[in-house]
Design a protein around this ligand. Structure first.
Ligand SMILES: [Zn+2]
Length: 137
């Protein structure tokens, strides 16, 4: 399978990261909560979830949504890249809010091993500007 087959869109990325952050403690989330938090209509959220489901990244049953193992791994990678570039941008003088927003535009497109090279270059910070662990636990 080519890499493109696994590619996700920005909206799918936002949804994946949101579910990961929300369900990190192991609880599933309701579809309507995803829709209201992401400020989209329920049918839109439903379509995003459906596409993530087709890619094997989430599973939903009776309106409850959770990440699959592959989905958790995809979210973990995105967050490593996100926190790396957020740190790089902040260290370079970009305001924190902008750094976060702009890192979100690219974090799902950049391979984790490239982010690790960037991390080395900026002296391996342990946490992102928000104080979250860059490599996870
Ligand atoms: Zn951020």
């Amino acid at each position: 399978m080519s890499q493109m087959a696994n590619a996700i869109t920005k909206r799918e990325r936002d949804c994946l990261v949101f579910i990961e952050e929300y369900t990190g403690k192991g609880f599933p989330i309701r579809l309507h909560e995803i829709a209201s938090t992401m400020k989209v209509k329920s049918p839109t959220a439903f379509n995003v979830i459906k596409r993530l489901e087709e890619k094997g990244l989430v599973e939903s049953r009776n309106g409850m949504v959770r990440l699959t193992t592959a989905g958790k791994e995809a979210a973990r990678k995105i967050l490593v890249v996100h926190r790396t570039f957020e740190s790089l941008f902040c260290q370079s003088g970009v305001p924190m809010e902008k750094a976060c927003e702009e890192a979100s535009d690219i974090d799902f497109l950049i391979p984790e091993n490239n982010a690790r090279k960037v991390l080395k270059r900026i002296d391996n910070p342990k946490v992102c500007p928000h104080g979250k662990p860059i490599r996870g636990r």
